[in-house]
Design a protein around this ligand. Structure first.
Ligand code: MN
Length: 152
């Protein structure tokens, strides 16, 4: 009598090549989460969401997403700390992290890159350019293949 794992954990542990590329969104703002999820799903991505950094780090370890979209202004553990934890983890350090920030003051860009992010996007998210902005950090075989693809 084997132990049964919840289905979501079974799926998360079992990434087969036919699965959609996965993006982990670590974001505490509901509206922003809704918007980026809506857009990314249209472009053929599977989106997994964490509301805080600790949950995000745990999920990253479990699902090994293809990219992490990381809000900088998070409660308890801010985005800088989350990025440092993720890039300090040998198993996760190769996953590109794109920061999302509502302010970009002089020095923030350097702080974001120093924390281990590959780039950043400023809020408010621009729905027209958002996907292209993050896809510059994804290899071709990990890009989504959604219905929106190829539209002018
Ligand atoms: Mn936030």
């Amino acid at each position: 009598m084997g132990q049964r794992k919840p289905l979501c954990l079974y799926l998360a542990d079992r990434r087969d090549p036919f699965m959609k590329p996965t993006i982990l969104v670590i974001e505490d703002n509901e509206k922003n989460t809704y918007l980026v999820t809506f857009i990314l799903e249209k472009y053929g991505y599977q989106v997994i969401h964490a509301r805080d950094g600790e949950t995000g780090i745990a999920l990253a370890g479990r699902i090994k997403p293809d990219l992490i979209l990381l809000d900088i202004q998070l409660p308890v553990m801010d985005g800088y700390a989350v990025a440092r934890k993720l890039t300090g983890n040998g198993e996760l350090r190769s996953i590109p992290i794109v920061a999302v920030t509502s302010y970009a003051m002089p020095g923030d860009r350097e702080r974001i890159l120093d924390a281990g992010c590959v780039g950043y996007i400023e809020k408010p998210i621009n729905p027209v350019t958002f996907v292209a902005e993050i896809e510059q950090y994804l290899p071709a075989e990990k890009k989504g293949n959604g219905l929106e693809r190829g539209r002018p």
